[in-house]
Design a protein around this ligand. Structure first.
Ligand code: NAD
Length: 420
C-alpha cells in the first residue's frame, strides 16, 4: 500500500511537502511516520441500477488521515479521475488545514470515480445512498463528517443525511456539513470561503500599511469563492479592477461594480458581455499591477512561467493549489509578495462547516452575524500565528502554516502516546 500510494504523483507531492516541514521541525522518526501515513483507507464497490435497467459497479473511496484530534472532516467528490492516492493526498492537506485553524478534527477526503455530468438525478441519488450505506460502519458525527466537494452539493449532503438518519431511526444532522438550511445547514456557509479570503487580504493590507480605500484587487474566478471575495473586498472599499471566469477576463481601472456584475452573471451564467468593463486577455490580467491578486478558480495558475512577472503586493490564494512548487520558489526568492497560503486563505469554508457541526450537536442555530464574527476571530488568530511564526523563524508563510499544522498534530500524537 505504501508503494501504491507513493506511485501517485499527487500523494508524492504531499509527502515531499510533509518531509520538508518534518525536517525543519526535526520530528522524531516515529512521530514523523505516524503523521505522514493515513490512518484508514477504505475502498468500497458501489453497485447501482442505471436508468436503462442495467447494473453498474462504481468504486468509492474514503481516506481518514488521522483521528487523534477528533473526527475526520473533508469533502466527498464525484469525478471520473477519482483515485485513492489523490484522495489520500487531499485528506492529508485537509488534516493540515483543520489543525492550522485549531478545529478539533483530523483530515479526510472521499470520492467516487463517476461522471456526475452524465448521470440523471435519480442515478445520483442511488449512488449517493448506496455509497453512504457502504460507509456506515466507518462514518459518524464522532468519526467522519463529510462535506460537498467537486461534483457534489447540498442535495448530495441531504441524501447522505437522510440515508444515515433512516439507518439510525432518527435525524442525525451532524453526519455531514454543507446541508441545505432547511436540514440544519449553517447561516453564513455559502459566503464563508470568499469572505475569509477578503478578510485575510484586508489583514495583509493593514500589515503593509495600505488603506483599503486606496487598494486595488484582481480576482480570478467568479464562482462561489471569487464572487464573495470580490463582493466583500468591494464592501471594504477596495477597488476591483480585474475579474475573470472560464469565459474570459474583464478590466476597469475605475473599479468594476460587483453588484451589477453579480446580477449579470446570475442572469447569463457568465461574465462575458458585461458592459461595465473591457474584455482583456485572462493570462495578461494575472500579471497586471495591483495590490491584491486573488486566484479563486483552479489550481496551477501561478507557474514557473508567470511568477516572475506578477506585480501584486499580496497573493491571496482562494483556490486550492493555485501556485505551483516552481512558482513558489520564484516568489520566495523575490521576497516582495505577502503570500496568504491556501490552507489559511480558503479555510473559511471548513471553519463554518465546523460551526455547522457544532450547531447540529447543540441543536441550536446561530445567526449569520454570530457565524461571521466567530469566523473572523478564528481566521485572525491563525493569520497572526502564521505571520509571527514565519517572522521568528525567517521562513515563508506557506511553510510556517504547514509547520504550525504538522506540529499541532505531532504534539497531539506525542501526548496521547502509542497504544501498546
Ligand atoms: P465554482 O465552481 O463555484 O467557481 C469556479 C469559478 O472559476 C467559475 O467562475 C469558473 O468560471 C472559474 N474558472 C474556471 N476555470 C477558470 C480559468 N481557467 N480561469 C479563470 N476562471 C476560471 O468553484 P468555487 O467553489 O468557487 O471554488 C474555487 C476554488 O476554491 C477551487 O480551487 C476550490 O477547490 C477552492 N475552494 C473552495 C471552497 C468553497 O467553499 N467553495 C473552499 C475551499 C477551497
Amino acid at each position: 500500500m505504501r508503494e501504491e500510494l507513493l506511485s501517485n504523483p499527487v500523494f508524492s507531492m504531499a509527502v515531499a511537502q510533509f518531509d520538508r516541514v518534518a525536517d525543519f521541525l526535526e520530528l522524531e522518526p516515529g512521530i514523523r511516520e505516524r503523521c505522514k501515513w493515513p490512518k484508514r483507507i477504505i475502498t468500497v464497490t458501489v453497485p447501482i441500477r442505471r436508468d436503462d435497467g442495467h447494473t453498474e459497479v462504481f468504486f468509492g473511496h474514503r481516506v481518514q488521515h488521522h483521528l487523534t484530534r477528533g473526527p475526520v472532516k473533508g469533502g466527498l467528490r464525484y469525478h471520473p479521475s477519482v483515485e485513492v492516492g489523490e484522495v489520500a493526498a487531499l485528506a492529508m492537506w485537509m488534516n493540515w488545514k483543520c489543525a492550522l485553524m485549531d478545529l478539533p478534527y483530523g483530515g479526510g477526503k472521499g470520492g467516487i470515480a463517476c461522471d456526475p455530468g452524465k448521470m440523471s438525478i435519480g442515478e445520483l441519488e442511488r449512488i449517493t445512498r448506496r455509497y453512504t450505506m457502504e460507509m456506515i460502519p466507518f462514518i459518524g458525527p464522532e468519526i467522519d463528517v463529510m462535506a460537498p466537494d467537486m461534483g457534489t452539493n447540498e442535495q448530495t449532503m441531504a441524501w447522505i443525511t437522510d440515508t444515515y438518519s433512516t439507518h439510525h431511526g432518527h435525524l442525525v444532522p451532524s453526519i455531514v456539513t454543507g446541508k441545505p438550511l432547511t436540514l440544519q445547514g449553517s447561516a453564513g456557509r455559502t459566503q464563508a470561503t470568499g469572505h475569509g479570503v477578503a478578510f485575510l487580504a484586508s489583514g495583509a493590507l493593514v500589515k503593509l500599511g495600505i488603506e483599503s480605500k486606496d487598494a486595488t484587487a484582481i480576482v480570478q474566478g467568479f464562482g462561489n469563492v471569487g464572487m464573495y471575495a470580490a463582493a466583500t473586498l468591494s464592501s471594504y472599499g477596495v477597488k476591483i479592477i480585474g475579474i475573470s471566469d472560464v469565459s474570459g477576463a474583464l478590466w476597469n481601472s475605475d473599479g468594476i461594480d460587483i453588484k451589477k456584475l453579480r446580477s449579470f452573471a446570475e442572469k447569463h451564467r457568465t461574465i462575458e458581455g458585461f458592459s461595465g468593463a473591457a474584455a482583456i486577455d485572462p493570462a495578461e490580467m494575472l500579471i497586471r499591477e495591483c495590490d491584491i491578486l486573488a486566484p479563486c478558480a483552479v489550481g496551477h495558475v501561478i507557474t514557473g512561467t508567470n511568477a516572475a512577472s506578477i506585480k501584486c503586493k499580496i497573493l491571496a490564494e482562494g483556490a486550492n493549489g493555485p501556485t505551483t512548487p516552481e512558482a513558489d520558489l520564484i516568489i520566495e526568492q523575490r521576497d516582495d509578495i505577502f503570500v496568504i497560503p491556501d490552507i489559511l486563505c480558503n479555510a473559511g469554508g471548513v471553519t463554518v462547516s465546523y460551526f455547522e457541526w457544532v450547531q447540529n450537536l447543540q441543536r441550536f442555530q446561530w445567526t449569520e452575524r454570530e457565524v461571521i464574527t466567530k469566523l473572523e476571530t478564528k481566521l485572525h488568530t491563525a493569520f497572526e500565528q502564521v505571520v509571527g511564526f514565519a517572522k521568528r523563524n525567517k521562513i515563508p508563510h506557506r511553510m510556517a502554516a504547514q509547520a504550525i499544522a504538522i506540529k499541532t498534530v505531532a504534539d497531539a500524537k506525542t501526548a496521547s502516546g502509542l497504544f501498546p
